[in-house]
Design a protein around this ligand. Structure first.
Ligand code: ADP
Ligand code: GLC
Length: 488
């Protein structure tokens, strides 16, 4: 089948700006838009969280799902996102219309009914891909993302009649959606699938394992991560399954929305600039320093972080090297939220070094853009990183990233050395060892290069010239969809 005619249901638990906790939100908005540009017919399926209903008041009802023994009644509403891609939003007030985040309450505790909430999302995705779909539109491929939609391939495998093919994308293997075994029956799954070759994971039900086991194909979000997850430790217990299915597994790098993340047009930054007007970037730095209450010093580099605060991100190493970093001298701006211990540590660091360190705890999209524009260098010392978006945004904003060589970071950042400066490929600072010392060495190299204005400009321009847009990767997905629609 020609890929341009393909109908794709992109089932996801986030879609920016309606709901976003991390990169999945960015991908779920920009990637379907790229598919539409290629001529495919994508639709997004997303729970009608409170924030979604508030931002999309003009939705019309297109289907009703009656209550079953397993699930409450729900409605399917249709609207569209800014790119014009249709959005199907699953309206079930008792499961989704509540204050708090998509996965957790305001105190950071997982919602206790997550199995049901994302079981229903998976069930709806499967129904839309089955012969019983209530819509006139039936997808050729149901594209599932992370554990929250991992049961859809199982439901579809057991559905009667013609069915859509299924693709399961792994955005982060660290989150698997593991629940008590009684949910197998409670979510209407056949008992026979609860085996080690099915959805069972050490006696429990694993949503992600279900998707990986039953989907017709698997992708993950960078080529390096696709290799890393086939062995320990980054396989997080699923390495053998992934290695066994490696002929069905591809690593395709995420793209970025180059219109939304463009320093030449970004309405959220203080002064717009491009590769030819990089001197203007300094005005963003002083605005950022003023906004964050940092000393208005142009003479020390400003390092920045915008991140979920979790062990994955390696920011405990940043805390460990903070004294040496500040002694360079340098400034540090943190924007993030997550684990209370990390939030507290960064707050305390900022309180004791008010002129040099700022910690903004919480989620703030506008500040994230200003930080990309105003910082000198961007820190992502991740222990593991399936893809990572900010190292790509940073390069586009002339803010070289300092990254560990893992996952998508290894695939998108070229370490600065005399050789890579000479051949024009250098775009950031890469370190290898998973340690605070290795991070410190990279930070020191970055600070040294920052003082060499000619090399620094070259580094900035190299990053800004790179094409991180979605087109190439969207074509690779389209080829997979076409193969699945033809052969399953
Ligand atoms: P992950 O998905 O693991 O969190 P990514 O690098 O793929 O990491 O994507 C993170 C996305 O979330 C980026 O768009 C980043 O700017 C954004 N982000 C993370 N934390 C915050 C925050 N506190 N405020 C605003 N944006 C944030
Ligand atoms: C996950 C990963 C991140 C990736 C994002 C989007 O949250 O942690 O590395 O960029 O998904 O695929």
């Amino acid at each position: 089948m020609k890929s341009s005619q393909l109908r794709i249901l992109f089932a996801t638990s986030e879609c920016a700006p309606l709901v976003k906790t991390g990169g999945l939100g960015d991908v779920s908005a920009a990637f379907p838009a790229a598919l539409k540009t290629l001529g495919l017919d994508p639709r997004i399926l997303l729970p009608a969280y409170r924030s979604v209903l508030a931002q999309l008041p003009k939705c019309r009802e297109v289907a009703r799902f009656a209550a079953t023994a397993d699930f409450p009644a729900a409605r399917l509403l249709q609207g569209q996102i800014a790119s014009g891609v249709p959005l199907l939003t699953l309206d079930c007030p008792e499961l989704y219309d509540r204050a708090g985040g998509p996965y957790q309450d305001a105190d950071g505790a997982d919602w206790t009914d997550n199995a049901l909430r994302f079981g229903l999302l998976s069930r709806a995705a499967a129904l839309l891909g089955s012969a019983d779909s209530p819509l006139g539109w039936r997808p050729d491929v149901v594209h599932c993302n992370d554990w929250q939609t991992g049961l859809a391939p199982v439901y579809l495998r057991y559905a009667a009649g013609a069915r859509a093919a299924t693709l399961q994308t792994i955005h982060n293997l660290a989150y698997q959606g593991i629940f008590e075994p009684q949910f197998v029956a409670a979510l209407g799954l056949p008992a026979e699938c609860f085996t080690p070759d099915g959805v069972e994971y050490y006696g429990k039900l694993s949503f992600l394992k279900a998707g990986l086991q039953f989907a017709d194909a698997i992708t993950t979000v960078s080529p390096t991560y696709a290799l890393e997850i086939q062995s320990e430790p980054l396989g997080f217990g699923l390495q053998d399954l992934l290695a066994a299915r490696r002929d069905r597994l591809s690593g395709i790098l995420n793209g970025i929305d180059t219109a939304l993340w463009n320093p030449a047009t970004d309405p959220l930054i203080a002064c717009r600039y491009d590769a030819d007007t990089l001197a203007t970037k300094a005005a963003n730095k002083s605005t950022l320093q003023r906004r964050l209450g940092l000393a208005l010093s142009p003479n020390m580099p400003l390092f920045a972080v915008v991140s979920r605060l979790t062990a994955q991100k390696g920011l405990d190493w940043l805390l460990a090297i903070a004294p040496q970093l500040l002694a360079l001298p340098a400034q540090l701006a943190i924007l993030g939220g997550g684990e209370p211990q990390l939030e507290r540590s960064f707050r305390t660091l900022a309180e004791s070094h008010a002129e040099q360190v700022s910690a903004t705890i919480g989620f703030n999209e506008a500040l994230a853009h200003l930080i990309e524009a105003g910082a000198d260098a961007f820190l992502m010392p991740s222990r593991f990183e399936p893809c990572g978006m900010n190292q790509m945004y940073s390069q586009r904003y002339g803010t070289p990233p300092i990254t560990r060589a893992t996952g998508g970071l290894a695939d998108t950042v070229v370490d600065c050395s005399p050789a890579t400066l000479a051949d024009g490929s250098a775009s950031g600072f890469v370190f290898h060892d998973a340690s605070a010392d290795a991070l410190l060495a990279a930070v020191e190299r970055a600070a040294g290069t920052w003082r060499d204005t000619v090399s620094w400009r070259a580094l900035q321009r190299n990053g800004m010239a790179r094409d991180f847009g979605w087109e190439t990767s969207a074509r690779r997905y389209a080829a997979i969809y076409a193969r699945l629609a033809t052969n399953g």
